[in-house]
Design a protein around this ligand. Structure first.
Ligand code: ZN
Length: 77
């Protein structure tokens, strides 16, 4: 995957969290993560059967990490 900021090749790795990787509109109390609010997106982009591990692409030059939050057929994995 090419970095959208500098167009250099990004390095693929993983971001992992035991309780799942989630995007939320508002910051949640960690203790309340099992009650994620509306609009919560559980990230699952094919790196694992559950959302505890997701592929993440890193650009060291731009200090960016990009995560697809679902399987994206438009790009090679
Ligand atoms: Zn970059």
């Amino acid at each position: 995957m090419k970095c959208p900021y500098c167009s250099k090749e990004m390095e693929r790795g993983f971001i992992q969290c035991r309780d799942g990787v989630n995007w939320t509109e508002k910051k949640q109390l960690v203790a309340a993560l099992s009650f994620l609010g509306k609009g919560c997106i559980s990230l699952a982009n094919g790196a694992a059967d559950n959302s505890s591990t997701v592929y993440a692409y890193k650009c060291a030059g731009c200090k960016k990490v990009i995560i697809d939050y679902a399987v994206n057929d438009k790009q090679e994995q």
